[in-house]
Design a binder for this molecule. Structure first.
Ligand code: ZN
Length: 128
């Protein structure tokens, strides 16, 4: 289950803000102009936020949101994580770090995938 790292709320959806380009044909008619949508939309920029606390969630695209919804991808506070190379130990669990980001308020977070393969997780955990 996905949880907002900032307020701890269990989430069954997130808010997406999308800045999109829409290509329209603006036709000249006898009574003025008329818009007709002619091309599919392309997303210029997208952001996701927690519906409970409105914090911006550092997720980049649909694939990351899908992984986050399943609990496969998590947002960890860097100061609470033990980091070694590409791996992080957090609340006793082992993660592979995808990237590091800074929130708007300056908090460093890790976007990371939980390692679910137990033998592999134990080997990595033992190396910390
Ligand atoms: Zn929240």
């Amino acid at each position: 289950m996905a949880r907002c790292p900032f307020c701890g709320e269990e989430l069954d959806y997130v808010i997406q803000w999308a800045l999109e380009w829409i290509k329209n044909m603006v036709e000249f008619t006898s009574y003025g102009i008329e818009y007709s949508e002619s091309d599919p939309v392309s997303v210029e920029k997208e952001e996701y936020e927690c519906p409970a606390c409105c914090a911006k969630l550092p997720l980049r695209d649909e694939d990351e949101v899908r992984a986050f919804s399943k609990g496969e991808l998590e947002i960890l506070f860097k100061e609470k994580a033990r980091v070694k190379g590409n791996f992080a130990l957090y609340d006793g669990k082992v993660y592979e770090i995808v990237r590091e980001e800074k929130t708007d308020s300056g908090t460093k977070v890790l976007i990371a995938r939980k390692i679910t393969d137990e033998p592999r997780a134990s080997i990595i955990a033992a190396s910390f």
